[in-house]
Structures are given as C-alpha cells and as structure tokens.
Design a protein around this ligand. Structure first.
Ligand SMILES: [Zn+2]
Length: 264
C-alpha cells in the first residue's frame, strides 16, 4: 500500500513538477513554485540575519554587495524568467572563525568574514558569490525541499502503518532541507549541486567581467587550508582536485565569455 501511494506521488510529481535548471538544462524535481520557494527563502533569511552579526558599513561589506549585484545582474539578464520572483540580497556576517557562505531560494545570500582571508581579492570573492548566486538560480533549495517532502511523505506512510504518528512538520522538514537551523550551511547541498553551482557560477562571474581563472586558484588555497578537516563550506563538496579538473575543463568556454565581457 505504501509503495502504491509513493508511486502515485512520484507519477504526479514527475508529470507536473519538473523544472529545467538554468545554465545546464538538467531536469529537476521541484514541487514548489518560484513564488513559494522565494517566500520560504526570504522568511528563513530574516530569521538567520536576526541571529547574526550583520556588518553595516565598511569597504568589505560594499565589496560583497557590489560583486553580488553585478553577478546577479547577469543572472537576471540571462535567465529573466527564473529570477522574476527573486529579491537579490547579499550580506557580510561578522564571524572570523567561519569559512563559509550560503544562498537561500529567492536570491538571499550571505558571506562570513572568515572566508575573506581565503578569497583574498575581488576576483576570489566573485568565485564564491558566483557559486552562491548559481545555487539560487538553479533552484537547488526547492529541489532539496521537494526531495525531503517526498521522503517525508514516505515516512508518514510508514509511520501510519506502524502506528507511530510522530513525524516532523512540513516546515521543519523544509528548513532542514534548506540547511537552516543548527547546521546552517554544512548540509546545505549535495555533491551534484556543488558541481553544478561551480559550473554555472564560473560562467556567471565571467559574464560579469571577473576573471574565471581565479576559481582554480581559490580552490587550490581551499585545498591547502583544509588538511584533514575541511572547512564547513567543503564538507559535502567533491575533492579540490576533482573540482579543479572540472573547472579547468570548463575554462576555455569561460575565458571566451570573460574576454567578450571585458573587451566589449
Ligand atoms: Zn555550494
């Protein structure tokens, strides 16, 4: 019975809820509309900012906002349908010990100050922000929430059959899928999403006129830093070596885009 129920859910989902990822064309399961997804992202963002030390002035903050806006502008230009409901926002959070950045559905993103010594330059920061804008653009949060909802639906059926009625609320599941809560950022996205965000982010930064070759250098610095215990941002990520090889394979295309962007 539970199998039949799940099969029906999956058939329904695959027929009505597939979206195409901007930039790669991959089909994804997404049961949320962009509006619903953005509303959840915005609510989660406000909660998160309320608990964080948001930097209100200074050159570093300006840099985060300017680079973010310039990359988001390219996402809007290239994929206007996807980003129509987005409200891009980029904040710098004062946590020198946290080497991390994250993005929520609807274009809400944050960078921790602990990442800046590794990004080092405008181009280095653009690598990170391109990657985060790409997560939002590719609607990875909605995809994760959809997967979690289906897993939860399966669990509900199992719970009902076994007489155990306890299960997480939909909202709780959604927030967990977004990586919000106790483990913010650390379980945010799986490896396939990371690779996809690398690829889309590389092209977006190039379109915005930031040198994509910096991506390889950034991941080399990350690799040198991580040692036995990778920083949070890397915890679900492919190894730096795999990542760098993929980026190098994409570099000729990214350089064409970059040269066009800076040469006019
Ligand atoms: Zn990521």
């Amino acid at each position: 019975m539970s199998r039949l129920f799940l099969s029906l859910l999956l058939v329904a989902a695959s027929s009505i809820s597939c979206a195409t990822v901007a930039g790669t064309g991959r089909m994804q399961l997404n049961i949320f509309s962009p509006e619903e997804e953005a509303a959840m992202g915005i609510e989660a963002y406000q909660q998160q900012l309320a608990q964080s030390k948001v930097i209100q002035s200074g050159q570093q903050r300006t840099m985060v906002k300017q680079i973010g806006a310039r990359i988001a502008e390219q996402a809007d230009r290239l994929y206007p349908k996807v980003t129509a409901t987005f409200q891009w926002q980029f904040e710098l959070l004062d946590e020198p010990g946290i080497v991390n950045a994250w993005a929520l559905p609807g274009g809400k993103s944050a960078v921790y100050t602990g990442l800046l010594p590794i990004t080092q330059s405008v181009n280095g920061l653009a690598v990170v922000m391109g990657h985060e804008v790409a997560h939002a653009l590719a609607r990875h949060g909605g995809e994760r929430m959809s997967q979690a909802t289906f897993m939860n639906a399966g669990l509900d059926v199992v719970s009902a059959l076994s007489g155990d009625v306890e299960s997480g609320s939909g909202k709780e599941i959604a927030l967990q899928a977004l990586g919000i809560g106790t483990q913010l950022g650390s379980l945010a996205f799986g490896r396939s999403h990371e690779s996809e965000a690398d690829e889309i982010g590389l092209m977006l930064m190039a379109h915005a006129g930031y040198d994509p070759r910096e991506a390889v250098k950034l991941w080399e610095r990350m690799g040198a830093l991580s040692g036995d215990r990778p920083p949070e941002w890397l915890s679900t990520h492919p190894s730096e070596q795999t990542r760098i090889e993929r980026l190098q394979a994409l570099m000729p295309e990214a350089m064409k885009i970059y040269n066009k962007a800076i040469g006019g």
